[in-house]
Structures are given as C-alpha cells and as structure tokens.
Design a protein around this ligand. Structure first.
Ligand code: AP5
Length: 213
C-alpha cells in the first residue's frame, strides 16, 4: 500500500509518517528530511535548497521532482509513504506521470488539518536531535533532560525555519500553493481527510482507521 500524507506545516506529517511507516512496513519518504540531509552534506542541491528553505519558500520544482523520483524508483519492491511531496499542483502532476511510468499508484491520499493556532504552538516548540534526528516538543513531548536527546544523548536544536517570522511565510506559501492540492486530490480514489488536532495517539488512531478502511 502506497500512502500520501499532505497538510500544513506542523500538522504532524513527520510524526505520524514515522508511526505509519513502522506499522505498515513502508519506506518513509520525507522531502524535508531529504533536503535537510543534502544541506548538511553541502551537496550542490543542498546549497541551492538552503536559501529557499531558510526563507520558508518552496525549493524549485525541478530540484524536488528529480529527488523524489530517485527515492521512489530506488527500491521499487517496497511500498512507500510520501510526506512533504507534492506541495503544489505542478508537482502533483509530475508525480502522477512518474507513478504511471513506474507502474505504481497511490492507494491512500490523506489530508491532515488542524487550526493555525495549534500549528504555531507545534512548530515553535519543536526540537530535533542533531545526531539521530529524533523529534521532541518543548511542551507536548519534552526530553527527560533539557537540550539532550533521550535516545542517543545528542544535542537538541531548533530548525532555522521554525522561527516565528519564517513560520508566517511557510503558512502563507502553504495557503497559496499547497492547499489547492485539496481540490486536486479530493475526487481521487483513496482520498480521506482527518482532523489532526488533539493528542498524537488520537491522531494516529484516526489515521489508522482511514488507512485500513
Ligand atoms: P518540511 O520539513 O516538509 O516541513 P513542513 O511541511 O513545513 O512540515 P514540518 O516538518 O514543519 O511539519 P510536520 O507536519 O511534519 O509536523 P511534525 O510531525 O514535525 O519542509 C521544510 C522545507 O523544505 C519547506 O519549507 C520547503 O522549503 C522545503 N520543501 C520540502 N518539501 C518540498 C517540496 N515538495 N517542494 C519544494 N520545497 C520543499 O510536528 C511538528 C511538531 O509538533 C513536532 O515537535 C511534534 O512533536 C509536534 N506534534 C506533532 N503532532 C502533535 C500532536 N498531535 N500533538 C502535539 N504535538 C504534536
């Protein structure tokens, strides 16, 4: 089963994507993570992407479409969960043609939504481990020791684009470019919409219901 999760920044795509991928044995293909890893490695793509990411803008389509095709085609035997791609209608159209070429399809397309006030709280409190990438939240899932990862002892940091002024730009870009995907996908087979507000476990239960349904 191939799954697509989409929704606004901070709605919980990454958090729930990890859980779903583990439960259903999927490859978790998170475009934000792929790009951040390219930035960390200082690759030419990473250098190009960084400016856009730091400003809360979308990285150009030609860069991300090529990257996602490599990821999807990389291990065709295993089903996948897409998180963070596509992010505009042009990317969705590219994904459709790519999947046709690879003789693959999306079985579940899930739109996750939550009030903007909740998204802001989630994003401004997010902390990530520099060493293992595990995500925490200052209030909702704090580490046992402040600033230290429970799993590997690594240092926790705040993402550059999780500063309030950048979040405002990301939410604007979401409304203008990504939200129109709702109309694009709403009539496709396998589409479902869930309320992603509330506790992480509650959201996960809602997701499992629509994924298994
Ligand atoms: P990306 O990393 O994909 O960022 P995003 O879509 O803005 O999503 P986030 O990672 O911020 O949020 P999320 O929904 O995954 O929430 P999470 O689970 O982490 O992209 C970053 C940038 O890369 C983009 O701005 C763009 O520049 C570029 N990019 C990426 N894809 C691209 C594309 N296709 N095209 C062009 N450019 C692209 O949760 C957030 C926090 O909330 C965490 O701390 C978590 O612990 C907490 N939390 C989650 N769920 C709950 C809950 N139920 N209750 C309480 N806390 C919760």
């Amino acid at each position: 089963m191939n799954i697509l999760l989409f929704g606004p920044p901070g709605v919980g795509k990454g958090t729930q994507g990890v859980r779903l991928a583990k439960t259903y044995g999927l490859r978790h293909l998170a475009m934000g993570d792929v790009l951040r890893s390219a930035v960390r490695d200082g690759t030419p793509i990473g250098k190009k992407a960084k400016t856009f990411m730091d400003a809360g803008e979308l990285v150009p389509d030609e860069v991300v479409v090529g990257l996602i095709e490599e990821c999807i085609a990389g291990d065709r035997g295993k089903d996948f969960l897409l998180d963070g791609f596509p992010r505009n209608v042009a990317q969705a159209e590219s994904l459709d043609s790519m999947l046709d070429r690879l003789q693959l399809k999306l079985d579940r397309i899930v739109f996750m939504d939550a009030p903007e006030e909740e998204l802001l709280k989630r994003l401004t409190g997010r902390l990530i481990c520099r060493a293992c990438g595990f995500g925490f939240h200052r209030h909702y899932s704090p580490p046992q020791k402040s600033g230290i990862c429970d799993h590997c002892g690594g240092e926790l940091y705040q993402r550059e684009d999780d500063r309030e002024e950048v979040i405002a730009d990301r939410l604007r870009v979401y409304q203008q470019q990504t939200r129109p995907l709702l109309a694009y996908y709403a009539r496709q087979p396998g589409f479902a919409e869930i309320d992603a507000s509330g506790a992480m476990d509650e959201v996960f239960e809602r997701l499992k219901q629509v994924v298994s349904g």
